[in-house]
Design a protein around this ligand. Structure first.
Ligand SMILES: [Zn+2]
Length: 189
């Protein structure tokens, strides 16, 4: 999954290398900023790849490993929402259907539960400790030429996402845009 994202990222870097201001957008996308999520949409042939990357803070309200019951609930809620792309994304045109969903929320999940018992945990709230959550969605579209727009419906479910920076690219063009709760549709045409 990571490989695929890097591949997309590289593609877009090459595609955009000539455009100075888009390069600046790209630098923005590299930052870990609370309140900001990042979305990359690549349309190639009949395939649409959507890669979401966000500070865990935006999705669960913390960035350490979930310990308390409420923290674990928050992680499960976020994971379940991220695994529901039919709720998160609505396509206009293109006749797209979901092929694959993959969510990586491991940065805020305790790997070894035995660690929970009897051990004193290091404090992880010193501001140096940042974690990200990522998700990847792949769609097959019968006619990507007819794909006019994608609405990103995550601002209500995740109110801590104040803005989402979007990079999107097709075989012939690329653009960057910013979404928020009032303006949540990426228009390709
Ligand atoms: Zn952070």
């Amino acid at each position: 999954m990571k490989m695929q994202f890097h591949h997309l990222f590289l593609l877009s870097s090459i595609a955009m290398a000539s455009t100075g201001n888009v390069k600046a957008e790209l630098a923005h996308l590299d930052a870990h900023v609370h309140g900001l999520a990042e979305l990359m949409i690549a349309i190639e042939g009949q395939t649409v790849d959507i890669q979401l990357q966000s500070p865990a803070m935006n999705l669960v309200g913390f960035e350490h490993k979930a310990h308390s019951e409420s923290e674990i609930d928050a992680v499960q809620r976020a994971e379940s929402l991220l695994n529901s792309p039919n709720l998160l994304f609505s396509f206009k045109g293109g006749q797209c259907s979901l092929i694959e969903t993959s969510v990586d929320i491991s940065s805020v999940l305790e790997n070894d539960h035995s660690e929970l018992d009897g051990h004193h945990h290091e404090h992880e709230t010193d501001g140096e400790h940042h974690n990200e959550v990522s998700a990847h969605y792949q769609y097959h579209c019968n006619n990507t030429d007819e794909l006019a727009a994608v609405s990103v419906n995550m601002f209500n479910d995740f109110p801590d996402i104040k803005q989402t920076r979007v990079l999107w690219l097709t075989e012939s063009k690329q653009a960057a845009t910013t979404l928020d709760s009032d303006n949540y549709t990426v228009i390709f045409k």
